[in-house]
Design a protein around this ligand. Structure first.
Ligand code: CU
Length: 354
């Protein structure tokens, strides 16, 4: 078994990352394939032998005989952590009780855990996580609920949680820095309904975000949205050599995961994705769905969509709800429409079954 690389400051470049993942995702028929291309030149011969592009089905001049084995994307970021397939449809509703006035109280716990996580094949990133994954858990409540979130800081530097949405100033996770070993109780009412990122707001901010301290909070309207199969997708990047540029881009934390592990859905099934962008360094990220169109609800704060499209772009902190249905079986790509981001890991497949 190939041992994961513990990435040092000089460990990996963006060009090298391209080579590791394979620089071009190509669809041939309905079978997605990865082609290793010129970025290979940037990799030493030693590395090249160790790092076969993941998801590789050789095409366009690559001799299949040269491919000795197929290296898979990791199934989890760390031993025992939640895999991205589970994460996709996992919502933490908190410990739920009823207050005397009938209000629902939801209590959550987010622990800052520094952890080496595998974010692409054999690539380990020294992350700071909420509860052991980057992105962290998806918290979920209903508009009007009272929310209590305990932050427990298990790291040796200060952190906070800043929630997007409406709440008192002293619950904003900016001025009340939580020291190493300390804890803090965020206590506010869930409002308005919509999709909200949360993230650490300790300086230097971009470092605390790029290290992995972010996630999604969903606040449902009191009258639930129409039934649908619901998923969460957080777009992010990982800067492995800390040069202010991402080497990998992912949905939910592992490059190419949903390319190698397609998301199975059914013909006629209504899909609702709570989508957010927490990518550091890059001005925008994007979401492109193949062979279909989706309704888009910016921020999820309205019940009517304002766009019918196949591509949206989001800056860091922007988010919304994507809704679509496939009417024909087959495999359909979903990926960033910045081609480079797709080649560096932000790509997946919806496998639509009859
Ligand atoms: Cu922090």
């Amino acid at each position: 078994m190939v041992r994961p690389i513990i990435v040092s400051r000089k460990g990996i470049s963006r060009r090298k990352a391209l080579g590791i993942l394979g620089a071009a995702a190509v669809v041939s028929g309905s079978i997605p394939t990865i082609q290793a291309v010129s970025a290979k030149q940037a990799i030493s011969a030693k590395d090249r032998n160790r790092l076969v592009p993941i998801g590789m089905v050789p095409v366009h001049g690559v001799d299949p005989a040269q491919i000795k084995f197929r290296t898979k994307a990791p199934l989890t970021q760390s031993p025992g952590s939640m895999d991205p397939m589970t994460y996709l449809e996992h919502f933490d509703y908190g410990k739920t009780t009823s207050l005397p006035d009938g209000t629902t109280l939801r209590e959550y716990r987010l622990a800052v855990v520094p952890l080496d996580i595998e974010v692409a094949t054999d690539i380990v990133f020294p992350a700071w996580t909420f509860n052991g994954t980057a992105p962290g858990p998806t918290l979920r409540a209903v508009e009007g609920d009272r929310i209590k979130i305990t932050l427990v800081n298990g790291d040796d530097r200060s952190h906070t949680i800043h929630f997007h949405g409406i709440h008192p100033a002293d619950m904003d996770g900016v001025f009340e820095q939580v020291p190493p070993g300390g804890s803090f109780l965020y206590d506010f009412m869930a409002k308005p309904f919509g999709v909200f990122p949360y993230h650490c707001h300790t300086l230097p901010l971009k470092k605390h975000i790029m290290k992995g301290l972010y996630g999604t909070m969903i606040i449902d309207p009191k009258t639930p949205r129409p039934p649908a199969r619901e998923m969460v997708m957080v777009m992010n990047g990982f800067d492995l050599d800390f040069d202010g540029e991402n080497e990998f881009y992912t949905i939910n934390g592992i490059a190419n995961y949903y390319l190698e592990n397609p998301i199975n859905i059914r013909v006629g099934e209504k899909i609702r994705i709570y989508l957010s962008n927490m990518t550091e360094f890059d001005l925008i990220n994007s979401f492109h769905l193949h062979a279909n169109m989706f309704h888009y609800y910016p921020n999820g704060t309205m019940l009517e969509p304002n766009e019918f499209t196949d591509t949206i772009m989001l800056c860091q902190g922007q988010r919304g709800i994507v809704e679509f249905t496939y009417n024909e079986p087959g495999q359909y790509l979903v990926h960033a429409h910045q081609s480079e981001f797709a080649e560096l890991g932000w790509i997946g497949i919806f496998d639509v079954k009859p």
